[in-house]
Design a protein around this ligand. Structure first.
Ligand SMILES: Cc1cc2nc3c(=O)[nH]c(=O)nc-3n(C[C@H](O)[C@H](O)[C@H](O)COP(=O)(O)OP(=O)(O)OC[C@H]3O[C@@H](n4cnc5c(N)ncnc54)[C@H](O)[C@@H]3O)c2cc1C
Length: 464
């Protein structure tokens, strides 16, 4: 069917946020505060929240160019996941087994803490602790899933995880082509826009100030450090925090620090009870397959299926226009993929189709850092897995700034921003090559289980 009802570029979560998104007043005039934060997404707001919770006397200002939740935080798949941005094998390879274990345990614990804070702050963010369900839809994916399980098991991290036969997985979710699965009990799904908007209100209740519609145009390190904005200069006695993720690539000094990649999602209309009876998915797990082009799925509280996928082709010079995410042609293959998973959705309208930008660091590792000498702190680089990790990062950064060691345990993410991305046109050529190779790997795998000659090269070059 043709999807004439689809609103391309419309973000379901923001539509359903229970909030009219009226902008808070912009900054007008110079200000002096203790901590000035660039970015009203999860990273900036969690940092503000934990700072104010530990030290209610601090003055904290959040400067947001659009509105809180405008970026990836208001648009994502809603997975509050116990999986860390860097794969467990990679963590072990680069930082050792103990650091890998500590990181994954911290990530598990933060999911529970987010659930507690949502309850304490009475944020209606649809926190649903359904865990994670990964399914394999080809033999290659099954081999990869077993390898993932083996890595967790070897490190003693598989207590809450078990492999499922094809039949067991099918009993949980009636998708086509299931070869097997892996179920992890930890993890939740959340309504990201309700969480980010609720968190902003919690920051204000604790005395923080949020200025929306205010673009930071320059960052000046020093004692004190400053944020320059269209509405005035914000002087920060203790710290300036950079929490703009992918969008930081728009500020000259950070242009090559993070690569903006897009990810895209389509949402069905709410399904009726008969359809849900056919599909199952009673546990509301965060659902995925092992495709290189990523398939991530969420069941919403109002009975929709959200189907996410890796996004649009990378644009030369790290451009990230919204218009590049509203092209109907980009969504047609995602909708076709959704209907191949669930043929029963053939005639169900797709109401929303949207994308967003996430930040990919060159070394694949998030960076949480505060340098008292320059007054600059940062929390970014989650490579599409930031819903839970931003809380871990924001709490750690607040701990570093306010001197609360318990909040900043010794994890590998506590390091200065890593290596920069290559200059153009190398960056464009390399990223486009990897995007193209991943699509070819999936296509060959589905066609006949084949593997393109350059699959190994593409996997080696990719930072994630
Ligand atoms: C489509 C999509 C699906 C995803 N799905 C998941 C998922 O299911 N689970 C998961 O864990 N992660 C997911 N992610 C990643 C996750 O959403 C992000 O890692 C996380 O939201 C990052 O939060 P942030 O606050 O660091 O960045 P953002 O939410 O992007 O916030 C940055 C903010 O800074 C503001 N800003 C930028 N520049 C300036 C400036 N110069 N002046 C003032 N303000 C500025 C922006 O307007 C923005 O509001 C997904 C991402 C996308 C795009």
């Amino acid at each position: 069917m043709t999807d004439t009802q689809t609103r391309h570029g419309a973000i379901y979560w923001l539509d359903d946020s229970g909030d009219d998104l009226t902008r808070r007043p912009a900054l007008s005039g110079d200000q002096t505060v203790d901590v000035a934060i660039l970015g009203g997404g999860f990273s900036g707001l969690w940092t503000a929240y934990f700072l104010l919770r530990a030290n209610p006397d601090l003055s904290v200002a959040v400067i947001e160019r659009e509105f809180c939740g405008y970026g990836a935080s208001g648009r994502n798949g809603g997975w509050c996941s116990p999986r860390y941005p860097m794969l467990v094998d990679e963590l072990e390879k680069h930082f050792g087994a103990d650091a890998a274990r500590a990181t994954i345990r911290a990530q598990h614990a933060i999911v529970d803490e987010i659930g507690r804070i949502i309850a304490e702050e009475a944020i209606d963010a649809h926190f649903t602790p359904g865990g994670m369900l990964s399914i394999a839809r080809t033999e290659r994916q099954l081999v990869a899933l077993k390898a993932t399980y083996a890595s967790y098991d070897r490190l003693g991290l598989a207590d809450d995880t078990r492999m499922l036969s094809a039949g067991e997985a099918n009993n949980l979710i009636a998708a086509t082509g299931i070869k097997g699965g892996m179920k992890t009990d930890s993890g939740a799904s959340i309504h990201p826009a309700r969480l980010v908007r609720g968190l902003a209100r919690a920051v204000e209740r604790r005395g923080g100030h949020i200025y929306e519609g205010t673009a930071v145009t320059g960052v000046r390190p020093g004692q004190p450090a400053l944020l320059e904005t269209g509405g005035g200069v914000v002087t920060a006695r203790r710290a300036v925090v950079l929490a703009g993720e992918a969008y930081l690539s728009g500020i000259a000094a950070y242009h090559r620090q993070l690569l903006p990649m897009s990810s895209m999602i389509v949402a069905t209309a709410p399904l009726d009870a008969a359809m849900w009876a056919q599909i199952g998915w009673d546990g509301y797990e965060s659902l995925s397959s092992g495709a290189y082009t990523k398939d991530y799925l969420t069941r919403t509280r109002d009975g929709r299926i959200l189907f996410g996928s890796r996004g649009a082709p990378y644009l030369f010079g790290s451009q990230m226009p919204e218009s590049a995410l509203a092209d109907p042609a980009l969504y047609a293959p995602i909708i076709a993929n959704l209907r191949s998973w669930f043929p029963v959705l053939r005639d169900v309208p797709i109401t929303h189709a949207w994308g967003g930008y996430l930040g990919v660091p060159r070394d694949g590792m998030p960076s949480v850092h505060f340098d008292a000498a320059t007054g600059l702190g940062n929390a970014f680089g989650y490579t599409g897995r930031g819903v839970a990790t931003t809380a871990l990062a924001g709490r750690a950064l607040a701990g570093l700034i306010a001197g609360v060691p318990d909040h900043a345990p010794d994890l590998p993410m506590l390091h200065a921003p890593g290596p920069k991305w290559e200059v153009e046109p190398l960056r464009w050529a390399g990223v486009r090559y990897i995007q193209n190779a991943f699509a070819r790997i999936d296509a060959a795998d589905f066609r006949n289980g084949g593997v393109p000659f350059d699959a190994k090269l593409a996997k080696t070059l990719a930072p994630i």
